[in-house]
Design a protein around this ligand. Structure first.
Ligand SMILES: [Zn+2]
Length: 150
């Protein structure tokens, strides 16, 4: 008890020595703190509005898909009109993946379907069917997706 009273007395003397000068800044600082609290509470909504908004990445690349995957087409050996578009009109050769731009699976399916159609005599082997010569081109064989390796 004695110690506490002594401390209080010391503090009182310090306050007295410092006078009103030491008290004023304290009050001022308290007031500022109160003001800060007030200001931080009211414009909180405004600062939230300035915060970045959660949104989809506008620079994200769309996933690359081959033309058959994009339209969800599974090559069938009876769909000769489609399969002939992957065949050279001069030699009947099936265009490679570097020209067709198909994914591995679809290219394999197309090649399998073409060979099956040729075996079942639905498609010619050494030229393109004359009926399909003027079909729209899915790709330009002169401008392959990837350059030729030879
Ligand atoms: Zn694909």
């Amino acid at each position: 008890m004695l110690k506490i009273t002594q401390l209080i007395a010391r503090n009182a003397t310090v306050a007295n020595l410092a006078g009103s000068r030491s008290l004023q800044p304290r009050l001022y600082s308290n007031a500022v703190a109160v003001n800060e609290e007030a200001t931080t509470t009211t414009p909180n909504a405004a600062t939230n509005a300035d915060e970045p908004i959660e949104m989809a990445n506008p620079f994200e690349k769309e996933p690359q898909q081959c033309i058959l995957c994009k339209h969800n087409i599974t090559p069938n050996f009876k769909n000769v009109k489609l399969l002939s578009q992957f065949q050279s009109p001069y030699t009947g050769r099936i265009y490679g993946r570097h020209i067709t731009g198909l994914c591995k699976q679809k290219q394999q399916d197309v090649e399998q379907a073409i060979s099956r159609a040729q075996h079942s005599l639905l498609m010619p082997g050494y030229h393109k069917d004359v009926d399909f010569l003027h079909d729209p081109k899915l790709f330009d064989p002169e401008k392959p997706v990837r350059p030729h390796k030879y």
